[in-house]
Design a protein around this ligand. Structure first.
Ligand code: ADP
Ligand code: MG
Length: 395
């Protein structure tokens, strides 16, 4: 997908409005994970180097259109300043005369962070008037908020109606990686889909069935597929109302000549807890009453790892088991290890999948970790993302 990036435009001395995703987890005013801030550093450093006048805009949390003192962006501005080693000015509003005044005093390479954009109802309603006010602060719009690109808000999409719009470096990398696997994957192309529920991933599975050679299903959602084949699943998480859908998806895979792999064995627990009694059974045997499947078993690990080893492209979304409990993390760990070993181009998306990689210390195992949980899922579903669509327009 061809899009313009900030490397394609004149930046020197120009006022550049940068939409970032600084929606970091906070605990009592402290940032507990600064990954999202660090991801935007390349774009900001590039802009500083080019002498742009930088205006940063982001949301934090869910203030729902009203000022929430605890959701002001001051700690983010402070932290960014520490990371960059340069001053980051912070405005107490995001539009209006005070901000315009602050922008007019910005020197080349200087940074002003606007207040939490979701303090304004016009942000989430994508009010054109609000977008126009925001756009009036700048000469160029750089969208670097991939994690928010599935939202059509004023600061992610609306402003593009009033300003020349280009992608930031993080956004450009995400689009490059995701479009590479979805548009021209090296084959065989294998997708590994896990996580709790089929219902969360229907769109992803359907879209991937048109793209992949093999679809591997693990995690809680595999239970529903196994149950759909008439296998007793005991107390396992099974979506009874999705059995028909699971059968339909299996049939669809057959029609499209996609190999569909389900777990061949399961690790069972006597209760949903980290210290539960556990045992391993073949999937065909079913799950005895009182037990529940919380992970894929060792034979499945081998089978899935072999698929990964033979693939040229792998997309992974969703853990293979309840990886939060060490006793049931082996399946997820095996998939991560197989990815680390393989020569394939590998991409991981989804909040919990990334968390699982982090917990297992295997973030280095893959070629690309997609930062936006919801956004990367919608991309894998084949949906149009408003924050990306604006980058394709001729402006
Ligand atoms: P992602 O955020 O990567 O898209 P999901 O949110 O779909 O992933 O799924 C992650 C959750 O699925 C985890 O909290 C994990 O504990 C849960 N899960 C995985 N396997 C099972 C299982 N067999 N039973 C119950 N929950 C499961
Ligand atoms: Mg999740």
């Amino acid at each position: 997908m061809e899009i313009k990036t900030l490397k394609d435009v004149q930046l020197d001395g120009r006022r550049v409005l940068v939409r970032a995703d600084f929606n970091v987890p906070m605990d009592n005013g402290q940032i507990t994970d600064d990954t999202r801030i660090r991801m935007v550093l390349p774009t900001i450093s590039y802009l500083i180097g080019r002498g742009a006048r930088i205006i940063l805009v982001s949301h934090l949390g869910r203030p729902k259109g009203a000022v929430k003192e605890e959701l002001r962006l001051d700690p983010v501005a402070q932290h960014l300043s520490n990371l960059l080693g340069v001053e980051v000015l912070k405005a107490d509003s995001a539009v209006g005369s005070e901000v315009a005044e602050a922008v007019s005093h910005l020197g080349k390479g200087s940074i002003l962070m606007l207040e939490n954009i979701r303090f304004y109802p016009g942000e989430e309603s994508n009010d054109p008037d609000f977008a126009r006010q925001l756009a009036s602060l700048a000469d160029i719009f750089v969208n670097d908020a991939f994690g928010t690109s599935h939202r059509a808000h004023a600061s992610t999409a609306g402003v593009a109606d009033y300003l020349p719009t280009v992608a930031g470096l993080l956004m450009a990398k995400e689009i490059d990686m995701l479009s590479r696997v979805m548009e021209k994957p090296a084959r065989p192309f294998v997708a590994i889909i896990g996580g709790a529920k089929v219902s969360d991933k229907i769109g992803v599975i359907r879209n991937l069935l048109d793209k992949v050679d093999s679809l591997v299903i693990g995690g809680g959602m595999a239970n529903t597929f196994l149950a759909a084949q008439g296998i007793e699943m005991g107390q396992s998480l099974v979506e009874q109302d999705k059995l028909e859908l699971a059968r339909e998806l299996m049939k669809l895979a057959e029609q499209k000549d996609v190999e569909l792999l389900l777990p061949v064995d399961l690790v069972l627990a006597e209760e949903f807890s980290a210290s539960a009694n556990s045992r391993t059974v073949d999937a065909g045997q079913g799950v005895p009453s009182g037990w529940q499947a919380l992970d894929i078993g060792p034979k499945s690990c081998q089978l899935f790892s072999k698929k990964i080893a033979d693939a040229a492209t792998v997309v992974w979304n969703g853990p293979m088991g309840v990886f939060e409990f060490d006793a049931f993390a082996a399946g997820t760990d095996a998939v991560a290890a197989a990815l680390a070993e393989s020569e394939s181009f590998s991409l991981v998306g989804g909040g919990d999948s990334v968390a699982a990689l982090e917990k297992l210390g295997k973030t280095g195992a893959v070629d690309h970790i997609s930062t936006g949980g919801g956004a990367s899922l919608e991309y894998l579903e084949g949906k149009e993302l408003p924050g990306i669509s604006v980058l394709k327009g001729e402006k």
